[in-house]
Design a protein around this ligand. Structure first.
Ligand code: CA
Length: 554
């Protein structure tokens, strides 16, 4: 196609998008059905197909939803029946891995095939709702803040991880921990925090009753101590002292609501080997204690593994097929998840506990050995490899095992947790200040209805405070792209390498026919590009009313 023709097509698409409105269609179908009898139509509609369907705005400060009254009723009835049986609200566990890729587990084609068998996670995943299109933010702290606030990184403002004592964090945010406490839950955080080390951002000051873990990220405890990775620091007393004196906590810590941080011991290249085991023991002890508690609990569990640098526990060194530090750590993660689920079962709480499993971002490709993804890109980018998480939600007897392509954003954990506690749909809007925009949507009915479909129509991807891409159905419109090898072509390069570029405006990918995102279909598939661009412009209007902010980031 000539350049003039391309520009002309784009102009047509842009003009059309500004006036585009959803045509009226039949209600959502649960399974593949014959298309509605529209003259000239052929073929089938699929579940989780939303281009052409209307959205409903439940409140001014919330993302609109795709409503499905029938599945909503089914979910509520199921939940009410369970509460009648147990006499309390369900417990909620969020199990979050670090830098583990979409392709690292057997349930997604990895596991043994990538040198790190994960049989127990795979078994539990196969008894769960596997979310094949679950999205995190591109990196760690932004994702964790998204889970805590129900906002994407433009709205909560944490767009980069705070490193080596950098200021900023969750302080001032309305968190899920705070709101679940108000809903009558015991709130426990275990493991990695990394959403701010200043007093006001600490877990015990943003709503958690108790915290055991570390305050930042794995490498900050060890990389500067290790003469193999950073000899320029580890083998220089002056530089070592400089890092030692930086204002960040260097230990495994404990705190109780409103109290002070107690450092239990210092973490170094030896003590780090036992960290994940110690945290698992702590969480299992917590779960056991909840057995006879009147209150339900909300447990936020962040693993150390498998963020670089992995120093395998003695029991796991060499245990993976690959025998890499990463592979060994993956095997340990499999066992830890198995132990947590077994503890819930032994203590009689499994049937009253919903467990969400995921990773905070894609594999970190700049430091080997690292995780795997079948998609383009890695941690730090908005290519699918950076943000598509290996995820499932397990609830014995309550969630029908299945695999679904319904869109799920980690921000939805905020709304969905509140919905499970009794505050679903529009109720969430009143629980946060009216100036806060909630990017999450209530996905309780997607999870619980036997053939539930997503209540989310689109995924909006962010790079820093800018919209990078929008996905609807299998299409992804991508106006802002990361070019990984634009600066260097050698060494390990990943999502944080390279440059960010504004694309020409026609870059659109079909994630089914081209999951590697290396063939743009923006011109061939203009009829799908138009609603994608309309969705992009809709969200740009949201950002005008609820502007992006910057707490941490470039
Ligand atoms: Ca991470």
């Amino acid at each position: 196609m000539h350049k003039e023709a391309i520009i002309s097509a784009l102009v047509v698409a842009l003009v059309a998008s500004s006036t585009w409105a959803a045509p009226k269609r039949a209600p959502a179908s649960k399974t593949v059905t014959e298309s509605t009898p529209v003259e000239g139509s052929m073929g089938y509609d699929q579940p989780n197909q939303y281009i052409g369907k209307p959205m409903k705005q439940l409140a001014a400060n919330m993302e609109p939803v795709v409503e499905n009254a029938e599945q909503e009723k089914e979910a509520r009835d199921k939940l009410a029946a369970l509460e009648k049986k147990t006499g309390k609200k369900p417990n909620i566990v969020i199990f979050l891995l670090d830098d583990v890729g979409y392709g690292d587990f057997g349930f997604n084609g990895g596991g043994t095939a990538t040198g790190n068998p994960t049989p127990d996670v795979d078994r539990i995943a196969n008894e769960s709702l596997i979310l094949t299109s679950a999205y995190s933010q591109p990196s760690c702290s932004p994702t964790r803040a998204t889970i805590m606030t129900g906002q994407n990184q433009a709205h909560h403002g944490i767009q980069a991880p705070p490193m080596y004592g950098q200021p900023g964090g969750l302080e001032g945010a309305t968190t899920i921990a705070e709101l679940m406490s108000k809903q009558g839950y015991t709130t426990q955080a275990v493991g990695k925090w990394h959403i701010g080390e200043n007093e006001g951002s600490l877990p015990q000051n943003v709503g958690f009753d108790d915290f055991r873990g570390f305050l930042s990220v794995s490498d900050m405890y060890t990389e500067w101590r290790d003469p193999y990775y950073n000899p320029e620091v580890a083998l220089s007393p002056e530089r070592f002292k400089y890092i030692m004196n930086l204002p960040f906590n260097k230990g495994d810590v404990h705190a109780k609501k409103g109290g002070k941080i107690e450092t239990l011991y210092e973490i170094n290249t030896e003590t780090i080997k036992d960290l994940d085991q110690k945290w698992a023991d702590y969480a299992m002890d917590f779960i056991q204690k909840q057995k006879s508690a009147k209150k339900p609990f909300f447990l936020y569990y962040g693993t150390r593994g498998c963020h670089f640098d992995n120093y395998p526990n003695k029991k796991y060194a060499g245990k993976s097929l690959s025998r890499t530090t990463y592979g060994d750590c993956m095997v340990e993660m499999n066992d830890i998840f198995k132990r947590l689920v077994a503890t819930l079962e032994e203590s009689g709480q499994l049937e009253n506990t919903v467990i969400f499993f995921g990773s905070d971002n894609g594999p970190e490709a700049e430091v080997a050995p690292h995780g795997h993804t079948p998609f383009r890109g890695a941690k730090g980018s908005t290519w699918e490899g950076g943000v598509r998480s290996p995820s499932f939600v397990y609830w014995k007897g309550m969630i029908k095992p299945r695999r679904s392509e319904g869109l799920f954003d980690f921000a939805d954990l905020f709304n969905t947790s509140l919905a499970i506690s009794g505050k679903g749909g529009a109720a969430v809007a009143k629980m946060v200040p009216s100036k806060n925009y909630i990017d999450g949507v209530d996905q309780m009915s997607y999870w619980l209805a036997d053939e539930g479909v997503s209540n989310r129509r689109s995924i909006v991807y962010f790079w820093n405070d800018k919209v990078s891409a929008v996905r609807m159905d299998e299409f992804k419109f991508m106006p802002l792209v990361q070019i990984t090898n634009s600066v260097v072509q050698a060494g390990h390069i990943g999502g944080f390498s390279g440059t960010i570029q504004q694309s020409s405006g026609s870059n659109m990918f079909n994630l089914y026919t081209n999951p590697k995102e290396d063939e743009t279909v923006g011109i061939r598939h203009i009829p799908m590009g138009v609603p994608l661009q309309a969705e992009y412009f809709r969200y740009m209007e949201v950002l005008k009313k609820y502007p992006a902010k910057k707490v941490i980031g470039l």
